[in-house]
Design a protein around this ligand. Structure first.
Ligand SMILES: NC(=O)c1ccc[n+]([C@@H]2O[C@H](COP(=O)([O-])OP(=O)(O)OC[C@H]3O[C@@H](n4cnc5c(N)ncnc54)[C@H](O)[C@@H]3O)[C@@H](O)[C@H]2O)c1
Length: 279
């Protein structure tokens, strides 16, 4: 690996914070991105072992955010080798009781639709597009997108979060194919169910034992961002199904499946839509 410079978005809290700390411990230099400067300061304080951390408070919905992140990252730790898109917002910004009283799609204003897509889909596209050319030029790179379970994408009451994560998942599958043969891989990592974070209000305080610990993300993310996972691309991994005591190749096989919904694409449709290869 040319560099251990790793951008983690949403690093201030929850799954992103757990992954940032785990990656630091594994020796990555982490560029921690979040909109909340106080959470970033707390992360910096907690980061005791391994690589170095540099924090940047930025709102990922701003169109110049990717440019600022790339410039900051390169100045701190050199070319970006790995990108983890973890920042997200969901139905909790509409209703604290969304899990028990589903939000009907027609009650959600277009401003909320756009905001949830801006964080969960637009910002992911923007950052991926910004880091990819450099990764291709260096012949190595890693992109990990945190989407959600396939059930959540289509569960009643989960619009616009479900559709925004579905867009992210489809983008991840396409990027993995567009990047075939470049040394840059794209995979999806999800906790595998509801996790104990701010996104699950109502449960995180009352029934935390029913929720997945954010720490389950650490063993898979460390392996997925390592040289050992060269060639693994276009997959989605469920962190709670990853057995940390197993050989990582076997753990990846057990917890992984192709990203998105390839089973729904019929052979004829694939042939019709396959772009013609130029000579
Ligand atoms: N908690 C779950 O059950 C669960 C399940 C599946 C997937 N996820 C996904 O995991 C990811 C992490 O979520 P979490 O559960 O840790 O939630 P969280 O709210 O604890 O963390 C999300 C982080 O993203 C940051 N963020 C949000 N909008 C931002 C913006 N515009 N600019 C910069 N930073 C921004 C927040 O400040 C926060 O620190 C999300 O993408 C979420 O959709 C969560």
């Amino acid at each position: 690996m040319a560099s251990r410079s790793t951008v983690v978005t949403g690093a201030g809290r929850g799954l992103g914070r757990a992954m940032a700390l785990g990656l630091l411990e594994a020796g990555h230099n982490v560029i921690a991105i979040d909109r909340d400067p106080q959470e970033l300061a707390a992360l910096e304080h907690a980061a005791k072992r391994g690589g170095q951390v540099a924090c940047l408070a930025v709102d990922l919905t701003l169109s110049d955010s990717a440019k600022s992140i790339l410039a900051f990252a390169e100045q701190k730790f050199g070319p970006v080798a790995c990108l983890v898109n973890c920042a997200g917002i969901g139905q909790e910004i509409i209703s604290a009781t969304f899990a028990t009283e589903p939000v009907k799609f027609w009650t959600v204003g277009e401003d909320i639709w756009k905001l949830i897509f801006a964080v969960n889909a637009d910002a992911v596209f923007r950052l991926c597009a910004a880091v990819t050319p450099g990764m291709i030029a260096r012949g190595w790179g890693r992109i990990i997108n945190v989407t959600t379970s396939l059930e959540t994408m289509i569960r009643p009451g989960m619009s616009p979060y479900g559709p925004a994560k579905a867009a992210n998942e489809a983008l991840s599958a396409i990027m993995a194919k567009d990047l075939q043969g470049t040394g840059v891989t794209v995979n999806v990592l999800v906790p595998g169910g509801p996790a104990a974070t701010r996104m699950m209000p109502g449960f995180v305080d009352t029934a935390p034992e029913k929720l997945i610990s954010p720490d389950v993300m650490v063993p898979p993310i460390v392996w997925l961002l390592s040289k050992a996972s060269d060639g693994v691309t276009g997959q989605r991994f469920r962190a709670n199904a990853w057995k940390a005591d197993m050989d990582p190749v076997e753990a990846a096989r057990v917890s992984g499946a192709p990203a998105a919904w390839p089973g729904l694409a019929g052979g004829a449709a694939q042939a019709n839509y396959a772009p013609k290869q130029s000579a």
